[in-house]
Design a protein around this ligand. Structure first.
Ligand code: SF4
Length: 276
């Protein structure tokens, strides 16, 4: 008997965050690819953030970065502040026992989903593995929110599942290069209890996604958050939710720019990277 190849959906931490915050928003954003154009200020911030990441990668690969720094005072100031605050990261002890890689990519299959992570920098030796992540926005005031963000949860989870390291020997550190004064960091140490908890939450979320996708193929919409939820307050899809029969009493913001696509397979191929 011929077997049918399994189709995998690739999911990132950003998609898990959105799915958990509001499944309907996930539908609009990733299945229907509706979104508002970002404003010039947002674009500028994103470009600067990407350039910092690129610079750190280039540096890690041993490529020259001076010309980039000279051309950009902001990058120069971030890099100088970071070199001051974390010299051990920028000028590591050279030995053959430590593995370092920037933009380190890993995947983990759970059910029919391929969870993908990209670590800004991974440093690992025979005892421990550290995930490092650069943030070019100011340090968030709420550490607990950052810990429960799927970036933290998924990045730690995937490393524990795809390596020989015990959860207790894995950590993730965010570096906020733009914090007032000097760059600051927030470090999360992982452990087995957190690993088990993430496994449960992940499986629960993916089961819900599978159910929602099946219903979506039968023309049912993904669930919305409860009426009056704060999540709707600044959601760009508020008007759409209202127009499509929701009873959300929220301020409508920008209307999405593209119309929905009709075929689920083609949608998934475009936006969720369907893999055979
Ligand atoms: S308006 Fe509310 S229910 Fe609709 S997509 Fe946004 S967050 Fe979800």
């Amino acid at each position: 008997m011929l077997s049918t190849p399994t189709q995998l959906l690739r999911l990132s931490q950003g998609q898990l965050n959105l799915l958990e915050a509001c499944p309907r928003k996930f539908q609009h954003t990733y299945l229907q690819q509706l979104s508002s154009p970002s404003n010039p200020e947002q674009e500028e911030r994103q470009t600067l953030g990407s350039r910092f990441h690129m610079l750190m990668q280039q540096r890690e690969m041993g490529l020259p970065i001076d010309s980039f720094l000279q051309a950009d005072a902001q990058l120069q100031s971030w890099m100088a502040g970071f070199a001051d605050a974390a010299p051990e990261i920028l000028t590591p002890v050279s030995d053959n026992q430590t593995f370092r890689e920037s933009e380190h990519y890993r995947t983990l299959q759970i059910q029919n989903y391929l969870l993908t992570v990209v670590y800004d920098l991974l440093i690992a030796d025979n005892q421990q593995a550290q995930i490092l992540d650069w943030k070019t926005y100011p340090k968030p005031p709420n550490q607990r929110k950052l810990e429960s963000n799927w970036q933290t949860r998924l990045y730690l989870y995937v490393l524990a599942e795809t390596s020989d390291y015990l959860p207790e020997n894995i950590s993730m550190t965010y570096w906020f290069v733009q914090s007032e004064g000097k760059p600051q960091n927030i470090k999360f140490n992982y452990n087995t209890a957190k690993h088990i908890q993430t496994a449960k939450k992940l499986n629960h979320l993916l089961n819900q996604l599978t159910n929602s996708l099946e219903r979506y193929q039968n023309n049912e919409q993904f669930p919305q958050v409860v009426e009056g939820s704060k999540t709707c307050d600044y959601c760009q899809f508020a008007r759409r939710c209202y127009a499509y029969g929701g009873k959300l009493r929220t301020q409508a913001t920008e209307e999405p720019v593209k119309e929905s696509l009709s075929n689920l397979d083609s949608i998934l191929e475009v936006s969720l990277h369907l893999i055979d």
